[in-house]
Design a protein around this ligand. Structure first.
Ligand code: ZN
Length: 497
């Protein structure tokens, strides 16, 4: 067996273990009985250690040394069958695994579990001080990780890089400053338009019919239910990989649009996973290019495609067939306005696509100040609320509605939030590039034919796996550097036209 074949076998083994871990996590959030969580924590912790051992296997180091001598400059090899990106990615994973002591991996896993439960309780009881020590420990551990990995002087850069390879704090700061300058006044302008959505328009939508309608929509978008499924969970997510894609949604009889758009969002993530090369899921060529690119794939379907009038010209009659009585008193314009309603909502996940990115900018600036030491954990609630008042004119009435609302920090996932807005920028940029390159795009969407757009995304984004990072992929797909101007143009066209 060649050195590459031996490395390939090792990577396949690691991927098999990681996919089992993913299945356990999916099960924990969908099916696991409430009182069975303790055993699951032990199972997950045991598996995390096995995966860490497999990643740090010294034989991988020897094989990489050998392969790097044969391929001295892997980053310059960009042909489709090049193993350069595979070696580069395997080297990064191996180096990180060997530099992190297993005692660190264990402490981190334990803290994630403890902090998650502390966060859930603190949010329920609106008790920030009880959660603050866990946040401090996570911040300390993130800085310790940076020391281990050689990023000691740039711990927040590392946090961003863990979610979006190729991106650093300075890049995010530059893009977000440009975006914020125009988005803050644009959001105020859109928010000042009187709402045309009547409250309580949507009540009593039977869940079984919601489910069959969203399956019809997501199937037509291209999701392959023979290699994936959709279940319910508290918060929608998409797990698994292209061989077995697990999406979730949630149902509310009085909010059918929430389950529908959550499903469409997760379908975008699922289409990306299912579009990655199936024979390379264990290496960089079949791996997503980062969370920002992933989010661009969910957002383009959720927002640019499925919130458009063109999409609803096709789907409104079908929606009415599914719910004839419920929609009898809802006009076409009511429906469209409800789908695109904009409001001052203190909760990020319930906010609209106009204000959403301001929620993210607040989180980025907060995290940066926590890592630089400008902001102490104890001062987080006051700082958070002041930012919301200044940027969104929102006055959170509790910490549960403020700094305690998101789960991310309880898992130590600092640096994750910027991915959402980077993804929104890329989604709008891809949308205009697709329109320019696919002259019949609008007509196709109006006919319920989504294959041309999906094929375009497969060609421009999916088939490359993690060969290129977010900024490189943006330039290759759109011919331009990543910029917030496309997102701003899209929001103006959709909400001010
Ligand atoms: Zn998403």
């Amino acid at each position: 067996m060649s050195a590459y074949d031996r490395l390939d076998a090792k990577l396949r083994h690691i991927h098999a273990l990681e996919s089992i871990s993913g299945l356990l996590e999916w099960d924990e959030q969908t099916l696991l009985p409430a009182d069975s969580a303790d055993q699951r924590q032990n199972q997950s912790a045991a598996l995390a250690q096995v995966i860490h051992q497999a990643q740090a296997d010294p034989e991988i180091g020897t094989l990489l040394d050998e392969l790097e001598t044969q391929n001295p400059e892997p980053e310059t090899q960009n042909s489709a069958d090049s193993i350069g990106p595979i070696i580069r990615d395997a080297r990064k994973t191996y180096d990180r695994a060997t530099r992190l002591p297993s005692s660190f991996v264990e402490r981190h896993a334990r803290l994630c579990s403890e902090a998650y439960h502390a966060w859930a309780k603190a949010r329920e009881e609106d008790d920030f001080p009880s959660y603050a020590p866990y946040l401090q420990q996570h911040l300390d551990l993130a800085k310790e990780r940076a020391e281990h990995l050689g990023w000691g002087d740039r711990p927040y850069d590392l946090q961003i890089e863990l979610h979006d390879p190729g991106i650093d704090t300075e890049t995010v700061d530059r893009l977000f400053t440009q975006l914020k300058t125009d988005l803050a006044p644009l959001a105020q302008e859109i928010l000042s338009i009187p709402s045309k959505t009547a409250p309580d328009l949507f009540t009593g939508f039977p869940i079984d019919r919601q489910e069959s309608f969203l399956k019809e929509v997501t199937t037509s978008l291209g999701f392959n239910y023979k290699r994936g499924r959709i279940d319910t969970s508290l918060h929608p997510f998409c797990a698994g990989n292209g061989a077995d894609t697990r999406m979730t949604t949630r149902f509310d009889e009085d909010n059918p649009l929430d389950s529908l758009f959550s499903s469409i969002h997760e379908t975008g993530h699922g289409l990306y996973e299912q579009g990655l090369p199936l024979d390379s899921l264990h290496n960089a060529l079949g791996t997503a290019a980062g969370m920002g690119v992933h989010e661009s794939q969910s957002r383009i379907w959720e927002n640019q495609v499925c919130r458009s009038r063109t999409f609803w010209n096709h789907y409104e009659p079908k929606f009415r067939v599914a719910f004839p009585q419920r929609l009898a008193s809802v006009s076409s314009e009511d429906l469209y306005q409800a789908i695109n309603a904009v409001s001052r909502n203190p909760i990020r996940v319930d906010s609209d696509e106009v204000t959403y990115n301001l929620h993210i900018i607040i989180r980025f600036e907060t995290e940066r100040k926590l890592f630089s030491g400008e902001l102490a954990i104890a001062d987080l609630p006051a700082y958070w609320n002041a930012q919301y008042e200044e940027l969104l004119d929102i006055h959170p009435t509790s910490n549960a509605q403020g700094v305690l609302q998101d789960v991310h920090w309880s898992g130590g996932a600092f640096g994750y939030f910027p991915s959402y807005t980077l993804g929104n920028m890329l989604a709008a940029q891809l949308w205009y590039a697709a329109q320019a390159q696919l002259p019949s795009l609008d007509a196709d969407i109006g006919n319920g034919n989504f294959a041309p757009l999906l094929d375009w995304l497969r060609k421009k984004i999916h088939r490359h796996g993690a060969r290129y990072h977010l900024l490189e992929l943006t330039e290759k797909a759109t011919g331009q550097t990543l910029s917030p101007t496309h997102l701003l143009r899209y929001l103006r066209e959709r909400y001010l036209a």
